[in-house]
Write a protein that binds this ligand. Structure first.
Ligand code: ZN
Length: 147
C-alpha cells in the first residue's frame, strides 16, 4: 500500500493527491518544490501522519525544508515571524497556536515525521502547507483539505 501511494505521488506530481489512508508521503530535494501541490486526506482520519523525505544532498542551512500546516489566513504571518528563529528553530515562531502541525527542518538525506490530530481542522476548510525557510514559502506551498 505504501509503495502504491508513493508511486501515485510521483505520477501525479503537482496535481491534487488524495491519500486513501491517513498517512501522507512528501518528498523534497535540492529545489524549491514539494512533490505535490495539493493534499487531500479522508475526513474520517482522527490523526494524520506526514512523512517528509529530503532526497537532495544540500544541508538544512542551505536547502532546508519542512512541512508546516496552518489555516489559509494564518500561514504567511507564521512564515514571516518564523524567519527570526533560524535553522535551529526550524524557522518557526515558538508557541504559536496557529501552527497545526510542523516537521523539523531537514537537509539532504534526512527524514522526519509528524502525527497530528484533525480535531481542530474543519472538513472542507482551506489550509495551506508550506516550507518556512525564508524565501522558500513564496513558491513552496500547497493546499491541504480533509475531504
Ligand atoms: Zn524549503
Amino acid at each position: 500500500m505504501r509503495m502504491r501511494i508513493a508511486a501515485a505521488v510521483a505520477a501525479l506530481a503537482l496535481s491534487p493527491v488524495a491519500f486513501a489512508d491517513c498517512t501522507v508521503e512528501i518528498e523534497v530535494g535540492d529545489s524549491l518544490s514539494y512533490n505535490t501541490s495539493a493534499i487531500e486526506v479522508p475526513a474520517s482520519c482522527e490523526n494524520v501522519t506526514v512523512n517528509i523525505k529530503h532526497t537532495g544532498s544540500l544541508p538544512a542551512a542551505a536547502m532546508g525544508h519542512n512541512w508546516v500546516l496552518a489555516a489559509d489566513a494564518d500561514w504567511q504571518d507564521i512564515a514571516n515571524k518564523g524567519a527570526a528563529a533560524g535553522v535551529a528553530g526550524n524557522f518557526l515562531p515558538t508557541g504559536d497556536d496557529r501552527i497545526i502541525a510542523a516537521t523539523k527542518l531537514i537537509g539532504g538525506g534526512e527524514t522526519d515525521s509528524i502525527t497530528f490530530s484533525t480535531a481542530t481542522i474543519d472538513a472542507g476548510g482551506s489550509y495551506t502547507f508550506f516550507c518556512s525557510f525564508p524565501g522558500h514559502w513564496s513558491v513552496m506551498k500547497g493546499s491541504f483539505k480533509l475531504v
